[in-house]
Write a new protein. Structure first.
Length: 254
């Protein structure tokens, strides 16, 4: 199995965290947990499917997944090869006209968001490329061709920073006060740019902090209260929503 990260070119760094080249010789079923940015995938060989309630749904070879508030189950065919594009929290809206929240909890064909012709061109060229460098260059050209000349919403950038600074534990009322903006216009701007509400996004950031904490020697009780959960019951309920498992069972398999 291969999972290699590659940095984007300077022009794309404000909008793209990194690219991943992922390959697997074996058929595999796996969970993907919520992350803080949207993800595009181009399969240059093989097939990917989602599984929901034991029903397998084959995905197009180029797709996009929005922010989610729960885990997703994917299944890849044998000998699959994929280029993944991980957007920064504010990155997606610099390429597409769709508000990011329209993709919340969805995995769509990429031509639902970008024009089919340009998506097809990338797919055709990826299929005949022989190196990771060629494949990443093709994906970067696709992104640069769609990069829009728009201003970054600095207030939302600041909001994201404040949420990360507190590991997702900041209250939204406090966030509004710090940014000197009322809740309704703030939420509208936040959803459009980031892809979900500030509260939901903060819960995703907090969940990912908890995942990092599980690798440490801390007890589950310490992790629960350090991350401002009201009590153990709330901690377990949230964790189960994001992973489908209890923190105790999850930690056992780390």
């Amino acid at each position: 199995m291969k999972f290699e990260k590659h940095d984007p070119t300077e022009r794309l760094k404000p909008y793209i965290k990194y690219f991943v080249v992922s390959e697997n010789e074996l058929e595999n079923e796996y969970k993907v947990f919520p992350s803080s940015g949207l993800v595009i995938g181009f399969q240059y060989r093989g097939q990917l499917a989602t599984i929901h309630s034991s029903i397998e749904n084959k995905l197009n070879s180029a797709g996009i997944t929005g922010l989610t508030d729960g885990y997703k189950i994917f299944k890849n065919s044998a000998d699959i090869g994929t280029i993944l594009i991980y957007f920064t929290e504010i990155g997606f809206t610099h390429f597409a006209s769709n508000p990011a929240n329209e993709l919340f909890n969805l995995s769509l064909s990429l031509d639902d968001v970008f024009d089919r012709k340009s998506v097809n061109e990338v797919e055709e060229k990826l299929a005949t490329s022989s190196t990771d460098k060629q494949r990443i260059n093709l994906v970067e050209q696709f992104l640069l061709a769609h990069l829009k000349d728009i201003q970054t919403d600095k207030l939302i950038v600041e909001a994201v920073k404040l949420i990360y600074k507190t590991n997702g534990t900041i209250r939204i009322k406090e966030l509004n006060e710090k940014l000197s903006i009322s809740q309704s216009p703030f939420e509208k701007r936040f959803r459009k740019v980031v892809g979900t509400t500030a509260k939901k996004f903060a819960s995703i950031v907090r969940f990912n902090t908890v995942l990092e904490n599980l690798n440490e020697t801390k007890t589950l009780t310490e992790i629960c209260y350090e991350n401002n959960f009201f009590d153990q019951a709330h901690f377990i309920k949230d964790f189960k929503q994001f992973t489908g498992d209890t923190p105790e069972n999850f930690k056992r398999f780390l």
